[in-house]
Ligand binder design. Sequence first.
Ligand SMILES: N[C@@H](CCC(=O)N[C@@H](CS)C(=O)NCC(=O)O)C(=O)O
Length: 194
Amino acid sequence: MKLYDAMAPNPRRVRIFMAEKGIELPIEHLELMEGQSRKPEFMAKNSLGETPVLELDDGRYLTESIAICRYLEHLYPEPTLFGKTAEEQAFVEMWTRRMEQLIMGPFGAFGIHSFEFFADKIEQVPAYAETQMRLIPKRWAWLDTEISDGRPFIAGDAFSVADITGAATLMIASFISYEIPADLKHVSAWANRI
Ligand SMILES: N[C@@H](CCC(=O)N[C@@H](CS)C(=O)NCC(=O)O)C(=O)O
């Protein structure tokens, strides 16, 4: 197996996941800002031109960070990051989707609709980017209330892949100099904890 990696939030999710499990794989680093993921040889591996990509031993290419993490979880079960029991797995799934769509999503939409880098990838709507920036503090406030029940991690008592998506979101936040509102004490404590 081989990981196609880059200095960006989604590949970072896979790298954190691998680090938590002590997984070491051959890694090829791509410079996204130089357009390396959009070159034909890489598009042949992932037609979306995005990282991360995991090259399997049979020559197939697995994309989507969570799919890659789920595959690695099967190969390297310990420590479990997708939950062990049916209930744990269901709540990790629930929170992974919520963290991706509701917490990471607005940052991604803001970036895609405002950074020059994405100008030829989609039709950018700057006003939509502004709505996403206004949405971000509301979503963090929502998360703060959700985790105000004293749970240490996003999906419950155990650190999971849902926290890893949160960690990647903190990376995007710091990249655009966005600070989590200080009055959100549960989210702030969680961010410090992870
Ligand atoms: N849904 C995909 C998103 C992958 C993605 O957006 N990757 C970005 C880095 S965070 C990328 O490689 N972008 C390259 C480009 O747009 O040129 C996942 O979860 O892995």
